[in-house]
Design a protein around this ligand. Structure first.
Ligand code: G3I
Length: 397
């Protein structure tokens, strides 16, 4: 009996040593900063942690810290503006690839994946295109052909280099738009009708058989009433379900994740449920543009801790909700922040009445904020049975 117990204990000890030797060296010492980058921690789950990159910051010789953090902390990058139409083709027929190429080359050097952003959007279009449509010199048939040519040209150039393409961005209205019933909005729907969405995915697929093709939008983190007339998540769900039913090659839905601490937002289970419901359609998901902004009161601007700290805390809590939900859903492939430092964030330039900011993981001096530590802790302490390796769907044909 005693002998049997000793043998059992020996077997357990050997097994334990075996298991421990396969656990990453970092696992037992979460407070040790060595090799605890977000990219390394994310990849333990097969999750790519990404950031949008700003071309000017990446090129700034006086700002080496920006490049170091992009390189060291992230396993995926998105061009914040450099792959948008106005950047790539400012003059009709003359592409300027310099900035986009540089981001692609930098990412390859850093061993990072790329999210391509963005092929079809109603913003940041070149004026030759919008003016041409407005003055009638570009008619509907020509516009469709121009769009096809643009998608084919851009996707072909980066064929095999882009992991996920945001093929169509923000095609759906918001409940505060006029009319409030949700509908296809913006330049492309107005001039080509909603059929452009399916066309865009088909043209992108023809140019790159392997990239994962995403529909990308904001305010789709959680389901609401369930009525597509006023629930944007439901509208997008039904739209992609119908695209799939028609054999359109769409592989994923990107949820941007632009949140604000003044809104309260969601809990983890609501967000996880939304990701699950897209996954049930057979799609990948991703958080593609996460940031959590706060109103900059006079007290915040004056550095009053009682006003700053609750905002930092609330921002961290929102990052936590989105990341936990993503970790819980094996088809959630990447978690991308829309800029990682308050030094380079679109928020202050966009929201000025009242002013908003403090939206990212690092402050303006590249000091990690509470949100950074929370994201890191989430990645460290996640694991089976609730967090499993990622499942990547095969690109649809
Ligand atoms: O390029 C000009 C530059 O020549 C000029 O000197 C400068 C002066 O303001 O403006 C520059 O253009 C700005 C551009 O960013 C590049 O910095 C535009 O004014 C500015 O409007 C533009 O904002 C971008 C915004 O998209 C435009 O819609 C933000 O940087 C970018 O972060 C933001 O990203 C979008 C995603 O693509 C889609 N989802 C929402 C997200 C946030 O709005």
């Amino acid at each position: 009996m005693l002998l049997r117990r000793w043998i059992a204990a020996g077997v357990v000890a050997v097994a334990t040593v075996g298991v421990l030797s396969t656990v990453p060296a970092t696992a037992g010492r979460p407070h040790d900063p060595a090799d605890q980058s977000l990219r390394a921690l994310g990849l333990r789950h097969g999750l790519y942690v990404g950031t949008a990159v700003d071309t000017a910051a990446l090129d700034d010789p006086d700002d080496p810290r920006y490049r170091e953090i992009v390189r060291d902390e992230f396993s995926s990058v998105t061009a914040e503006n450099a792959m948008k139409w106005e950047s790539l083709e400012p003059t009709r027929g003359r592409y300027d690839w310099a900035a986009a190429d540089k981001i692609v080359a930098t990412a390859q050097r850093n061993g990072q994946r790329l999210r391509g952003h963005v092929l079809v959007w109603h913003n940041q279009l070149p004026t030759w295109l919008t003016d041409g449509v407005a003055d009638g010199s570009i008619d509907k048939a020509q516009l469709r052909q121009i769009l096809r040519q643009h998608i084919t040209t851009v996707v072909s150039r980066y064929r095999g280099k882009i992991w996920q393409w945001d093929v169509v961005n923000e095609a759906v209205s918001d409940p505060w738009d006029d009319p409030p019933t949700l509908h296809y909005k913006g330049f492309w729907a107005q001039h080509l009708g909603p059929g452009y969405v399916a066309d865009a995915f088909r043209w992108a697929r023809a140019a790159d058989p392997k990239a994962l093709l995403f529909y990308n939008d904001y305010n789709i983190e959680a389901f609401g009433s369930g009525d597509p007339a006023d629930d944007k998540t439901q509208f997008v769900h039904d739209m992609v379900r119908d695209l799939l039913a028609r054999g359109v090659p769409i592989d994923g839905v990107g949820s941007q994740g632009h949140l604000g601490t003044q809104y309260g937002n969601f809990d983890t289970f609501q967000v996880a449920d939304a990701l699950r419901r897209f996954a049930k359609l057979g799609l990948a998901t991703a958080f593609t543009e996460v940031d959590v902004r706060s109103q900059l009161t006079e007290g915040v601007r004056a550095g009053v801790p009682d006003e700053i700290n609750p905002r930092l805390q609330a921002s961290a809590a929102n990052f936590h909700v989105l990341l936990q939900a993503c970790l819980a859903e094996p088809r959630c492939l990447s978690f991308t922040v829309w800029g990682f430092t308050d030094r380079h964030s679109w928020v202050p330039g966009w929201f000025d009445d009242p002013p908003e900011g403090l939206a990212t993981l690092y402050d303006e001096n590249y000091q990690p904020k509470r949100a950074y530590q929370t994201v890191k802790a989430d990645l460290i302490f996640a694991g089976p049975p609730y967090v499993l390796p990622r499942v990547t769907p095969r690109p649809r044909r």
